[in-house]
Design a protein around this ligand. Structure first.
Ligand code: UTP
Length: 294
């Protein structure tokens, strides 16, 4: 049996420039899809997969993320006074247990690899998961639970992959897959944001990872890659020289909520699955499409 994965790292220190000015004072990870912030979906997905320790790599202006996972004494007292039991129960269910969260800061947004490296002392010498909260995964079981299922069989390092439109490969880390190993596949190539003509496939790394702690050895080098940032992909390429990294084909829908179109699509997709608002939304959409052209 591989060593269990109990800790997940959530890098949330990015500047969210694609969503300015919305993200000037509000972190991108707190933008709501229907009525839950993006970070809540990622934490829920991790809890469902058996994660017990939630490590957030935050930055300046991100303290509301810490507040979100704390008890809001006044709010909860008021809800209790007003007999709002369902709302109270929801808040309680969304909260990781006391002591299960740790927050550290990436002092400068020097890249995703650097953000993960900032969690090294907290993670220590154990396997861990990484979840990018702006990638929203809609499936049952969740994406990380699907990966854990594979991890229990094959161990090692795993990434989850989804299919993108062939003309969108230049937005993602693209992999080429080889032979199946149980429920996973060997990765035979990994390229960051290739032009469609150079892409080895349309399978992209969708923001869910399980790593062995040796990843930190490579992140320790602080090598600057694309855009002058310390890239996670570069450390993964180095790690793959000594340890296999395998891919799990994710069965579900992926919404890239770092892009405006993906974020809006996620809102519609999640709202249309909510019995309390789906009918009203459908009626509004019909009206909109009728007046703006389909
Ligand atoms: P993105 O590149 O999608 O986020 O990083 P960003 O940089 O905030 O967004 P744009 O491109 O400027 O609009 C993916 C994830 O990695 C985190 C982000 O917070 C996001 O959750 N990240 C990125 C960090 O924590 N630190 C970094 O230096 C870069």
């Amino acid at each position: 049996m591989p060593e269990p994965v109990r800790t997940a790292v959530f890098p949330v220190a990015g500047l969210g420039t694609r969503f300015l000015p919305a993200t000037k004072a509000v972190p991108k990870e707190m933008l709501p899809v229907v009525d839950r912030p993006l970070i809540q979906y990622a934490v829920d997905e991790a809890r469902e997969a058996g994660i017990e320790h939630f490590v957030f790599v935050t930055g300046r202006n991100k303290s509301v993320i810490e507040d979100h996972f704390d008890i809001q004494i006044e709010l909860e007292a008021t809800l209790r006074e007003r007999g709002k039991k369902a709302e109270l129960a929801k808040l309680e269910a969304d909260r990781p247990p006391p002591g299960a969260t740790t927050f550290t800061r990436q002092q400068l947004p020097a890249g995703l690899g650097h953000a993960v490296w900032c969690a090294r002392a907290i993670v220590g010498n154990q396997p861990f998961a990484v979840l990018l909260p702006d990638m929203l995964m809609q499936s049952a079981p969740g994406c990380l639970a699907q990966m854990m299922n594979a991890y229990h069989q094959v161990g090692g390092n795993l990434v989850s992959v989804s299919e993108c439109e062939p003309d969108q490969t230049d937005q993602y880390g693209i992999v080429a897959l080889g032979d199946a190993v149980g429920p996973a596949f060997r990765i035979t190539g990994m390229v960051e944001k290739p032009k469609p003509a150079d892409a080895p496939s349309n399978l992209y790394i969708n923001g869910r990872y399980i790593f062995q702690p040796e990843l930190f050895v490579h992140l320790d080098r602080h090598e600057r890659g694309a855009g002058g940032e310390i890239q996670l992909t570069d450390a993964m390429l180095r790690l793959s020289e000594t340890q296999p990294i395998m891919a799990v084909r994710y069965d579900g829908r992926t919404f890239d909520c770092g892009s405006k179109a993906g974020f809006l699509a996620a809102n519609f997709a999640y709202a249309l699955k909510r019995p309390d608002i789906a009918d009203d939304l459908r009626a509004e959409l019909k009206k909109l499409l009728a007046t703006n052209g389909a």
